[in-house]
Write a protein that binds this ligand. Structure first.
Ligand SMILES: NC(=O)c1ccc[n+]([C@@H]2O[C@H](COP(=O)([O-])OP(=O)(O)OC[C@H]3O[C@@H](n4cnc5c(N)ncnc54)[C@H](OP(=O)(O)O)[C@@H]3O)[C@@H](O)[C@H]2O)c1
Length: 357
């Protein structure tokens, strides 16, 4: 049985054309979050030709404690020093007011947090005139009714919500899905390894070190979510699957997704036992997410070494689109799907789309 999926649910989604009203040239940015992604993003913007040419300018940088602001654009070279020296406490209401003050330019709020408080402020930012660009999945997995309301606010204010980096970091996963749907293909199933962290862990694990030691290593390398339990519990994969499913017009909720939670108290012993068992059959363990027939699931699977998902490297994501047109062989996207450099580049790519539209 195959299922046809409807076109995406809103005209404000990531990859659809959505013309902007003409304003002063360029893009003013309010960057919220200076952690792994936010810092790397600011470093990439600092040396980007469009920023050096004055088209991209960062007017505000905020983290959970303090923020800095300059209407005509901050000098990014010493941004870390500036924010460390700032005594101004972060206040989202104040940032929303500053967004309103920038009404003569196109403004994008770049949410590089994993914060629900920032997501809760999206509607007010949008009403103040900002587009939202983000790798944060929290908005996309809001209860369906709230998510619809959020999309409506983008549509009403003619602002865009660009969240390409939420799935696959810098890989073109959501844009590929959008292209398949907008060109009239029928997506029958999407499956793959969606977690850079779990990919890294199962690519590296050989039974010689406890699994939890590898988790710590992945966290130090910046692959994991701020809280690695979000990766191990499968909830990060579930969120990514929900982002994709909703783009396919499936109005699911997180609770509808059948997820295997690996974060048990016996993590090390459980993984060691399963690894031993599949190794005897010459197979490997991979944490696979799947959307098929409107059913969404994620679990640890034993795959033969010949399977494409068995041949991922390092922290690769691999995503296979099974469609009417790609029926003999799926359309496959593979590559590093986590890590500050590629994820921040995914954010820059969304900013450039906004700049060019
Ligand atoms: N790491 C990856 O490879 C990856 C890949 C794809 C997507 N993502 C997503 O990217 C986002 C950022 O990840 P990350 O690894 O950069 O996280 P991170 O290193 O923990 O940084 C989070 C930042 O958000 C700030 N923050 C938290 N709550 C805030 C609030 N209420 N107001 C203002 N700032 C607030 C924190 O401030 P403080 O500095 O004051 O604590 C910190 O600077 C997450 O949503 C994650 O899911 C990450």
């Amino acid at each position: 049985v195959t299922t046809s999926f409807a076109a995406p649910v809103s005209s404000t989604i990531s990859s659809e054309p959505n013309p902007l009203p003409r304003r002063q040239k360029g893009l003013a940015l309010i960057v919220i979050g200076t952690g792994r992604i936010g810092s790397e993003l600011l470093n990439q913007i600092a040396v980007h030709p469009r920023a050096l040419g004055g088209e991209l300018r960062v007017c505000a940088i905020a983290n959970s404690r303090r923020w800095i602001w300059k209407r005509n654009g901050l000098n990014l070279r010493p941004w870390t020093l500036q924010i460390r020296r700032s005594s101004v406490r972060t206040d989202l209401d104040e940032l929303i007011q500053r967004t309103r003050d920038l009404r003569d330019v196109t403004v994008a709020v770049v949410d590089c947090t994993a914060s629900s408080a920032v997501v809760d402020a999206y509607t007010r930012f949008v009403e103040a005139g900002a587009h939202i660009v983000t790798p944060n999945k929290k908005a996309n997995v809001l209860p369906w009714a709230r998510y619809r309301l959020l999309l409506q606010s983008f549509a009403q204010c003619d602002r865009r919500f660009l969240f390409g980096p939420t799935v696959g970091g810098g890989l073109p996963v959501l844009s590929t899905l959008s292209t398949l749907l907008s060109t009239g293909d029928t997506v029958r199933a999407i499956e793959g390894v969606f977690s850079g962290t779990l990919s890294y862990l199962f690519n590296r694990y050989d039974g010689s070190r406890p699994f939890s030691a590898l988790v710590r290593e992945a966290h130090q390398l910046g692959f994991t979510e701020p809280d690695p339990r979000v990766d191990l519990s499968g909830s990060d994969v579930a969120s990514k699957l929900l982002v994709l499913a909703r783009q396919m017009g499936i109005p699911s909720e997180l609770n509808d997704i059948c997820v295997e939670d690996l974060s048990t108290p016996c993590l090390d012993a459980d993984i060691a036992r399963r690894f031993k068992s599949v190794s005897r059959d010459g197979a490997v363990l991979r944490y696979v997410g799947r959307i098929r027939d409107r059913t969404i699931s994620a679990r640890l699977e034993s795959l033969p070494r010949s399977h494409p998902f068995a041949n991922t490297r390092h922290a690769d994501n691999i995503v296979a689109f099974h469609t009417r047109r790609y029926s003999e062989t799926p359309l496959v996207i593979q590559g590093p799907g986590a890590g500050p450099e590629v994820t921040a580049a995914g954010v820059v790519s969304e900013l450039l789309r906004l700049l060019q539209s």
